[in-house]
Design a protein around this ligand. Structure first.
Ligand SMILES: *Cc1c(COP(=O)(O)O)cnc(C)c1O
Length: 435
């Protein structure tokens, strides 16, 4: 298939060529390279509300939103103001600071599932620390993760299932010792029998189960509450800690994340993305007892030079305050639902092989009509269709994350009018995809 640009990407293309001289693949995070969609990646110079503008002055309605953090859209006024006020006094002191307290208080007082929190600087760091904490508490070393869940680039979690069911993992990246990968057991989502069997056989070695309660890094693999509840009960039964990786779902599917939405109490929760209001912040939290194991209170070491620096705390604080306003989540979810329904309805009328998976303000277009709950149900060939969709949407001024496995995010800055406009463009693009 040949892709013709009516879009002028000259400056982006030039900058990308230059970037290749400095960065592996021209990027600082792999999926940004546009490998699975058409043309060079766009160099974005500005974002306002739900729109981003590239170096060639093309403007797009943005559904990537920096991969999730920007639930308030780009350049939110209150975040900008507090960041500017804070940065004027210096960026980092490596000491405790009041803004850290303010953000910590805001989170703890509005989240029934954690008593204490520790700030770090990325989602990966949060997950890595949470796993260490689980190992430190239980004195056990193995981790169960699920195929189709992403937990950052933590060594022992960049693994996939080995051959056969419930075997120890094999790494999906060079540079990960086999001995690390062996510490991870990879199971399919939504398979209670295999879960139980694995726990029966290995629970003496298993420190924790880590799961994205709303798996949103490999399509949107919405799990039943009963499966998540089953994880909770099995963990209690077998003396294993349950980690909810809420780096995407935290503050996204509700202020209390998926724990609150499903009302399930994990032992440790990890956060990232939205928590930093667009600055690099991650965090992990748990009960007083669980968190008492962290240094300097306890023996599990974890530290960070720029952790909880005032500028990052300011951005997070200004962002999360706005999420607590009455009706914030209901309105955002309502808008997203109407947007998804609009596209669903059109696809139904036209008989297109497509479904729109959606929860809260997350959506994912699947080129299948089946309910997809496990990653092996995603047809890799359907990604050819995504490539066309992505291309056609770019031409029309709509920006989706550059991979068919990535979900879309609606922000509070997307108005009904913006979403109506985007849906119209989506329909035009789908007509070309299914031509
Ligand atoms: C994004 C993400 C991570 C990694 O966060 P980074 O800030 O990119 O390191 C971990 N877990 C989940 C569920 C994520 O979505």
């Amino acid at each position: 298939m040949e892709f013709v640009d009516t879009l002028n990407r000259t400056r982006s293309a030039q900058l990308f060529e230059e970037a290749k001289k400095y960065f592996p693949g021209g990027v600082n995070s792999p999926v940004r390279a546009f490998k699975s969609v058409s043309g060079p990646p766009l160099f974005i110079k500005e974002g306002q509300g739900c729109r981003i503008t590239d170096e060639d002055d093309n403007t797009y309605i943005d559904f990537c939103c920096s991969w999730g953090p920007l639930i308030l859209g780009h350049n939110n006024g209150r975040i900008r103001e507090l960041v500017l006020e804070t940065v004027a006094k210096g960026t980092s002191f490596g000491t405790p600071n009041k803004l850290g307290n303010q953000l910590g208080k805001l989170i703890i007082e509005n989240n029934r599932y954690i008593d204490k929190i520790r700030f770090v600087s990325s989602g990966t760091e949060a997950v890595m620390s949470a796993i260490r904490l689980a190992r430190g508490i239980t004195g056990k070393s193995k981790v169960i993760k699920f195929d189709g869940c992403y937990h950052g680039h933590v060594d022992s979690l960049l693994v996939k299932a080995g051959s056969g069911l419930a075997t120890f993992g094999v790494s999906t990246s060079a540079g990960i010792p086999e001995s690390f990968a062996k510490e991870t057991i990879v199971l399919p989502l939504d398979d209670r029998q295999l879960l139980d069997q694995t726990l029966q056989e290995h629970s003496n070695d298993i420190a924790c189960i880590i799961v994205e309660p709303v798996p949103a890094n490999n399509g949107l693999l919405l799990q039943s509450r009963s499966f998540l509840e089953c994880l909770r009960l099995k963990c209690y039964k077998y003396g294993v800690l349950l980690i909810f990786d809420e780096v995407i779902s935290g503050f996204r599917v509700g202020f209390e994340g998926a724990a609150g939405r499903y009302n399930i109490q994990p032992d440790i929760i990890t956060y990232g993305k939205i928590i930093g209001g667009g600055m690099p912040v991650g965090a992990y939290g748990g009960s007083h007892e669980v968190m008492s194991h962290i240094a300097p209170d306890g023996p599990v070491y974890q530290a960070g030079t720029l952790s909880a620096n005032p500028v990052a705390m300011a951005a997070g604080y200004a962002a999360l305050q706005q999420l607590l306003e009455p009706g914030f989540y209901a309105e955002l979810e309502g808008k997203t639902e109407r947007f998804a329904n609009n596209i669903r309805q059109y696809a139904d009328e036209k008989g297109y092989e497509l479904s729109v998976q959606q929860i809260a303000s997350i959506f994912w277009i699947a080129f299948s009509r089946d309910k997809i709950v496990r990653s092996d149900q995603i047809d890799a060939k359907s990604m050819d269709k995504f490539k066309v969709l992505h291309h056609e949407l770019l031409q029309r001024g709509v920006y989706l994350g550059p991979s068919g496995y990535e979900v879309g995010f609606v922000s509070a800055a997307h108005t009904e009018g913006d979403l109506e406009e985007a849906a119209g463009k989506m329909k035009e693009a789908l007509d070309i995809v299914f031509k």
